[in-house]
Design a protein around this ligand. Structure first.
Ligand code: GLN
Length: 539
């Protein structure tokens, strides 16, 4: 029977609940348990697909095409298991399910209420998300005390009561602020946060205390007294040099042993070697390389979470520290582009909408002409197509119909029919914005005579998509007999997936998002190759 570990957050948001959940799950996976992870998000959006990355951070895409919270990216990277639509439950989805059932008359005349109808739906989705694992790690988004998270907290309270003793455990991640002037760590906000939890019937079993430094026994005793948590269940979650050290830091405090005991599970031997080896590798990286990321969501680096991680992974694999300079594409012009010459590589990430497009095109042109390694991802690939069409093929005003619907040379355009992740044709609904993209993992055929093949070392790959527009297959003739090649195509051959420019140290664009499948231990073939090429460039 599945055991459930619920992770809540206290005092402030952004304490790293996702990384804590992923690190705990990793310790159990490395003991040989079957684990699952799930994120409950209390906002009303059905999914984060329609939210601005500046507000919410990156939208993480799963194999089955779900647009989800970025914490699912941590889950995949730390634990190496594939997430799915069921791994992310939002209040929007819960309410939409409940309302749909109400319309179908499934509640048999009863008044539909938060308790029990919404809470029942949440409990059902928690069970579905646990996928019959030995231990399900369920992270509750938001901060305890938020009005919108109440139905979720109420649901996990009921859940725990229904499952009975030793089947569920509550972990509360909380902030212990440090007052610089008095050199004191304060426990009061945590006391209040736990009081809040207890007032709705949840007594945390474990406190994970986030702070700069580990907390001492005296402080643990004090916290224990005020929160009714046993003092040997108060642990530190300190600011780590690398997030991938956190499983080791948790293990050193034996948090996993405590969980095992509390959940009444038999001990299995833990193999921590993968994380220990990784740490050793990270410590060996000294040489820096500089990568310019030309985006428009540069004010919140969480907007590019998986990209940042993928570059980090590739850095470790190439024995380099990757130093990312985020450049606002709106501020790039022909007049100031030369500063890019000091970069080892240029990356243009995905994005939507007109803003900042011309700056990206200037950067792609600069990378092409000055033979600086260039990696264009999704929009970044479309940018390469537009740039080459305008400046080499001399198709003046060439553009994507996303940015200029009236362009005479629509080298990137909307296609009405795409394949969904199961290979079925889907027709786009142009009226609705949410969930109308080419989404999820799809197969791609890689040309054997290409840079991409050198990176992947195979002809069949599967990568995740999230976009509406495609390279216009009707204009492909224009690129014939140039250095611009289409080295990856969809299975049917009608959609362009990878582009390259020959006679360049490393110039590649892909219509998919390879960053979602990069892992700390293996990186990703394209990122590994890009960082390798970048580290060879003399600046
Ligand atoms: N805006 C482009 C499209 O919809 C690219 C999307 C992306 O970069 N994810 O096709």
């Amino acid at each position: 029977m599945t055991r459930y570990v619920f992770i809540t957050g206290g005092v402030v948001s952004s304490l790293g609940k996702g990384i804590a959940a992923a690190s705990l799950a990793s310790l159990f996976k490395l003991r040989g348990f079957k684990v699952s992870l799930q994120k409950l998000d209390p906002y009303i959006n059905i999914d984060p697909g329609t939210m601005s990355p500046i507000q919410h951070g990156e939208v993480f895409v799963t194999d089955d095409g779900a647009e989800t919270d970025l914490d699912l990216g941590h889950y995949e990277r730390f634990v190496g298991i594939r997430m799915s639509q069921d791994s992310n439950v939002t209040a929007g989805r819960v309410y939409s399910n409940v309302i749909e059932k109400e319309r179908k008359g499934e509640y048999l005349g009863s008044t539909v209420q938060v308790i029990p109808h919404v809470t029942d739906e949440i409990k059902k989705l928690i069970i579905k998300g646990s996928k019959k694992s030995d231990i399900a790690f369920v992270e509750v988004g938001g901060t305890v005390g938020d009005i919108e998270s109440l139905p979720f907290l109420e649901s996990i309270r009921q859940f725990s009561l229904e499952l009975g003793d030793k089947k569920t455990i509550f972990v509360h991640l909380t902030l212990l602020p440090f007052i610089d002037v008095t050199k004191e760590i304060k426990t009061k906000p945590t006391q209040h946060s736990v009081k809040e939890l207890r007032s709705i019937g949840i007594q945390p079993d474990i406190l994970l205390c986030r702070g700069k430094n580990p907390i001492n026994q005296k402080l643990k005793n004090k916290l224990a007294m005020f929160t009714n948590v046993s003092s040997d269940a108060v642990f530190s979650s300190i600011d780590a040099k690398s997030i991938y050290d956190i499983p080791i830091l948790f293990k050193e405090q034996k948090i996993d042993d405590y969980l095992l005991k509390k959940l009444n599970l038999k001990n299995k031997k833990l193999n921590l070697k993968p994380w220990k080896d990784y740490k050793t590798k990270v410590l060996k990286c000294r040489k820096k390389i500089k990568i310019a990321m030309i985006g428009k969501y540069v004010d919140l680096t969480d907007s590019y979470k998986s990209l940042n991680e993928a570059l980090y992974h590739a850095g470790v694999i190439n024995n380099r520290v990757v130093d990312i300079t985020y450049l606002d594409s709106e501020k790039i012009s022909k007049g100031n582009i030369k500063s890019l010459s000091s970069m080892n590589g240029i990356l243009v990430p995905g994005g939507f909408g007109n803003r900042g497009i011309e700056g990206k095109i200037i950067a792609a042109e600069y990378a092409r002409k000055n033979k600086i390694p260039y990696f264009g991802i999704c929009l970044g690939m479309q940018i390469s197509v537009i740039e080459f069409a305008r400046n080499v093929l001399k198709l003046s005003g060439a553009n994507s119909t996303e940015f200029n619907p009236d362009t005479k040379s629509p080298v990137v355009a909307l296609v009405d029919e795409w394949l969904d992740s199961h290979g079925k044709n889907i027709v786009t609904d142009k009226k609705s914005m949410g969930g109308t993209m080419r989404l999820g993992a799809q197969e791609c055929l890689v040309d054997k005579n290409s840079l991409a093949y050198k990176m992947y070392k195979k002809s069949f790959i599967s990568e995740r998509h999230r976009h509406r527009y495609e390279v216009n297959a009707n204009l492909l003739n224009c690129f014939l007999e140039t250095d611009f090649i289409f080295s990856g195509k969809s299975k049917k051959g009608n959609l362009m997936e990878i582009i390259e420019i020959k006679n360049h140290p490393w110039y590649l664009g892909c219509q998919f998002h390879p960053e979602f499948t990069s892992s700390p231990i293996n990186g990703h073939p394209l990122f590994n190759g890009f960082v390798n090429a970048a580290s060879k460039r003399k600046t």
